[in-house]
Design a protein around this ligand. Structure first.
Ligand code: URA
Ligand code: ZN
Length: 412
């Protein structure tokens, strides 16, 4: 379909990643995760990101050194060499023309790009600042190259000293197509409830930069058990580890009163907030029944509840693959649910996304329709109705409003 980026009814994807070539080079030079490694048995190099992939990385390394040994008999060749760690690193991760092709194939008018996990979290303090500057400039150049189609969330050099992080925020805010930053859950290393992050959150809020909060670290491998790495693929860490990680990170921010301290902070949560819409009631009840919080004076009747935070400071992406999750996300962020916030409808706080280039179709080729996308589109239609105003807002209207996706700088 021909793009109509500034007309009514446009489709916007706010959850769509890239690794620019410069970042891929960094991954290729590494020996610990995150890394890119080639295997003789696979045509594409493999992208190995997650702690849950490390057991297979170790066993494939052991298998290939055994294979190359001249005296390795049949008994020493490992069957685990058949299961490669990670995922194929295809053109979809770093090519701008592939991104545009994917958008055109799926009727997406505008994409808000972000660097994929784990961003710049692993870089040495000295190099993180310059690399952030260069990668954010690269994203900006990609947006400028395809007028009207692209905006982006910047990456921050979180391992660097605070002044470097603050100047990266100022740089991001100066880039015409930047509308926020993508952030993992580790923050400066101690999580997002770290008081040392408050100046960062304040600077982001003051620059009207939305924080796109995205998981990466999951849960410890022990939670998945000894059979997972070899037998269950990536299902447990991606389907459960990621959403729990997001849920825990936001709950910690809430318990640390980050949303009170920085009331203008706006978060966009990946994967519809993990399990937050479903668990908000339980979290609130555990707070209300906590003797320590009572004695510490943290249960004042006028305190901001998690429901109010969901209704005023949080947007949820619609990357949840089922109408059940969409309905929960809409209900949790609506002022008709348990909160006291004025006005808002949940359908104003939910925003379509794809998670491209992750979750490609495995058997039908990557150039056509992606089922991971059609599942998310179908979920919105089933929960909110086809062609309804609510569905149109989720598919693009909310993104344009919340992230100010107008090409003209003056409208920003
Ligand atoms: N796997 C990842 O590592 N990141 C995503 O965004 C999705 C799947
Ligand atoms: Zn993602």
């Amino acid at each position: 379909p021909s793009p109509s980026p500034f007309s009514k009814g446009k489709v916007v994807d706010v959850h769509t990643h890239m690794y620019p070539p410069e970042y891929v080079k960094i991954l290729e030079s590494r020996t610990t995760i995150p890394l890119v490694r080639s295997f003789s048995s696979a045509s594409d190099p493999r992208l190995i990101l997650l702690e849950a992939e490390v057991p297979l990385l170790d066993s494939s390394a052991a298998a290939s050194s055994a294979d190359s040994g001249s005296d390795s008999g049949p008994s020493s060749s490992s069957s685990s060499s058949a299961v490669l760690p990670g995922r194929p690193l295809t053109q979809h991760y770093s090519s701008l023309s592939q991104k545009i092709h994917f958008m055109d194939t799926h009727g997406i008018d505008i994409s808000v790009l972000s660097l994929a996990n784990p961003w710049l979290d692993f870089l040495p303090a000295e190099s993180a600042g310059p690399i952030a500057h260069s990668i954010n400039s690269e994203f900006s150049a990609m947006c400028a190259a395809v007028p009207g189609r692209l905006f982006f969330f910047a990456a921050l050099p979180l391992t660097s000293p605070q002044p470097t992080i603050l100047s990266a925020i100022a740089h991001a805010a100066s880039l015409p197509f930047c509308r926020g930053v993508i952030l993992g859950t580790s923050g400066l290393g101690a999580g997002l409830d770290d008081p040392a992050l408050l100046p960062i959150f304040s600077a982001l809020a003051a620059s009207s930069l939305t924080v796109f909060l995205h998981p990466h670290y999951g849960l410890p491998n022990a939670v998945w058990g000894p059979r997972a790495a070899e037998n269950y693929g990536h299902v447990l860490p991606l389907a459960l580890g990621f959403p729990m990680e997001t849920t825990i990170a936001v709950t910690r921010m809430f318990l640390a009163a980050v949303f009170d301290t920085v009331p203008c902070l706006q978060l966009l949560l990946a994967h519809s907030g993990g399990t937050l819409p479903f668990l908000a009631g339980r979290i609130e009840s555990c707070i209300a029944h906590d003797g320590y919080l009572l004695r510490a004076g943290k249960l004042a009747p006028q305190r901001k509840t998690l429901w109010e935070v969901l209704q005023t400071q949080i947007y949820l992406d619609a990357v949840v693959y089922s109408d059940v999750g969409i309905a929960a996300a809409v209900a949790a962020t609506s002022s008709s649910s348990s909160g006291r916030a004025e006005g808002g409808k949940g359908e104003d706080r939910l925003i379509f996304g794809t998670d491209h280039p992750f979750f490609p179709p495995l058997e039908t080729g990557e150039h056509g329709q992606w089922e991971s996308v059609s599942l998310n589109v179908a979920a919105v239609k089933k929960a909110l109705g086809e062609g309804t105003e609510a569905a149109e807002k989720v598919m693009g209207g909310n993104a344009v409003r919340v992230l100010r996706l107008y090409q003209d700088e003056k409208e920003k």
